[in-house]
Design a binder for this molecule. Structure first.
Ligand code: OOG
Ligand code: MG
Length: 257
């Protein structure tokens, strides 16, 4: 088994048995670089597809200062969202995860191909709708402790998503940079942000990913959903937690554990 396959197998097993890996792969071994980590990610996602899931879109991670500070990684990354991650209801079964956290994001429904080099205007022109979402992240590393290549290999901690019920055309949603975001846990405000927290503009996040995908001869299929990156710190979900994300003009999304 090559190193890449061994790493992918370890990450997949950790997710399946819900037992985190004690150490990130970069501890004491600098050989896992970013491009190799995306090769691992492809294998990790492939294992989900072999079990019957479909790709429904992609996600950005570590696009906001809040998230970069919280995770102590100062560069963005992307990962893939699969059909088995989409929660049909706000109820989260904590037993299905290792140590799940929730974070508010602005989502995009991509309607057309996005040309490269991608721009904010190009992304918005290719977008059918924007919506509020809560992403559930569940690192396969103990304590969410990882470096940039480790978390890329782990498909950017992707684990789940709940999509809001309001979908707006980009033109009707207003300036996405200025949309206010309020994150509450059990009714109390725990964080606030604006859309600009994601690389200056949520569509700039999407553009960044489209350009990175092009470097690997990959594209975002029309019909994909894209989560543009957590706008605030992620909050842990514990038994009884109710977390809501309210985004100006896009309604409120809720998860309950
Ligand atoms: C990595 C995934 C980050 C985001 O929106 O920033 C992410 C992590 O925090 O475990 O999804
Ligand atoms: Mg996220």
């Amino acid at each position: 088994m090559s190193g890449v396959e061994a790493i992918a197998a370890a990450l997949d097993e950790a997710a399946l048995v819900r037992r985190p890996l004690q150490q990130p792969f970069t501890d004491g071994d600098a050989s896992l670089d970013v491009q190799t980590a995306y090769d691992v990610q492809r294998l990790v996602v492939g294992k989900r597809l072999e079990r019957g899931a479909r790709i429904v879109g992609a996600k950005l991670g570590l696009t906001s200062a809040a998230k970069q500070r919280q995770m102590q990684v100062d560069e963005p990354l992307y990962g893939w969202l699969t059909s088995d991650m989409v929660l049909g209801s706000p109820l989260v079964d904590l037993g299905a995860f290792i140590h799940v956290r929730a974070e508010p994001e602005i989502g995009f429904l991509i309607g057309r191909e996005i040309r490269t080099p991608a721009t904010v205007a190009g992304v918005l022109a290719a977008t059918d709708a924007v919506f509020a979402a809560i992403e559930l992240i569940d690192s396969r590393y103990d304590g969410f402790r990882f470096r940039h290549p480790d978390v890329i290999a782990d498909n950017a901690s992707s684990a789940g998503l709940v999509v809001g019920s309001v979908a707006r055309r980009p033109k009707e949603a207003g300036d996405l940079r200025l949309l206010g975001v309020v994150l509450r846990r059990n009714g109390a405000v725990v964080a606030t942000a604006a859309g600009a927290a994601a690389l200056g503009h949520p569509a700039a996040s999407v553009a960044w990913m489209v350009d990175r995908l092009a470097e690997r001869d990959e594209t975002l299929e029309p019909g994909s959903i894209v989560l543009s990156g957590g706008l605030t710190d992620a909050v842990p979900l514990e038994p009884g937690s109710v977390v809501t994300a309210e985004i100006e003009g896009l309604g409120t999304v809720e998860v309950r554990a």
